[in-house]
Design a protein around this ligand. Sequence first.
Ligand code: SF4
Length: 436
Amino acid sequence: MNTKPEVADVVKERSMLLQKEMIADNYDQLTSAGELGKKVSSTYVPGNLNELIMCFDMLNNLPEINAINNAMRKKSGAMIRDAEKMGHSEDVCTYVKADIGNMAKGAIAPNGKPMPVPDLLLLSYTGCFTFMKWFELLRDQYGCKTTMLHVPYQADGRITDNMRDYVVRQLKEEVIPALEEVSGVKFAIDRLREMLRKSAVAEDDFVWVLESAKNKPSPIDAYFGGVYYIGPIFTAFRGTDQAIEYYKLLRAEIEQRLADGKGPVTPEGELKEEKYRLVVEGPPNWTSFREFWKMFYDEGAVVVASTYTKVGGVYDYDGFRHDPERPLESLAEYCLGCYTNRNLPTRVEMIEANMKDYQADGFLINSIKSCNSFSAGQLMMMREIETRTGKPAAFIETDLVDPRYFSPANVKNRLESYFQMIDQKRRAGGTPAAAA
Ligand code: SF4
């Protein structure tokens, strides 16, 4: 009996199973926070201060992740409709409406238990105005303490000393005192240093995983697979031994795939032939995630780099790592460097570099109806990338967690025409075949 495929499946499953266990365990901890005597901080993925929160023995609840989980379970549509009945406009970010709608029905976590009332709303403001309005709504609902870390926008595409000092001062004078007050735990900077040291170890392996897509064929899909890979490091695990273990395991699996010359794993097994290598801008659609992914792998399209894997921290572009020697400064630089906190020229430069470094055949934008942070300026970005790289670009529109805005026939038609466009360009001598 040939056991090879089964062995490969088991190896593949280990990192996925570990990741699932970690996320489930985090939800169990959150929903048992009262019994465990733990305080809870709600905060957002971009600019999250996970290591700092853990220094105070607090748990980290991320509302966007709750909305994504509900979307993948096909529950977000009803929550959004409930929020709209409560008066929230159709144009509001659907993460917000999914959260508000869920809250109105008891804020049930994916494990079926009620989420705890947050003890602190910690708003690390990294470029999205919606973050502020969202926490205003939660503050009205919960009446809990709120702290804001104001992170200046990188309008000139760089971080100045003044910007860094301004964020560090707020960490010292506002955020740390608030965490001490809520938790009753005194801040210990050496504890933070130890966690940041662990963050940097996981970040190195994470970047290795992303950069493995420079190989042909790519052993990973950096968008549809990438959303699983970013899970631990973008949420409640940065700075933990579990994150180190997860990325070590994931890296070993991908090293094996590379050694075997294999392509990415899809929900229907391994991709046999890589026909198109794409760079994708924008978050994916979550309500029809599998259906959306299938439209790519059925055509042999592999995403070799995506901007979405940079929303919770940019580690690959300019080599940022959390630094235990400069703990508060590096937390400040992390927040300042978040993708949505960078100006459009910088985002274009990042995409252009990805197109070249990952030898992409084309650039695709999935424009999200309700996310202004990502969507503003995307048409300009598309034209600029086309001009700079000479590669074909395309634009599709879906939404994050609102099933009403995912039109499968339209998206599929657009993608099929786009792949034909890449083929035509190749025939005209513009782009060599991806797998060649
Ligand atoms: S508008 Fe976009 S960046 Fe802002 S909260 Fe919604 S999804 Fe996140």
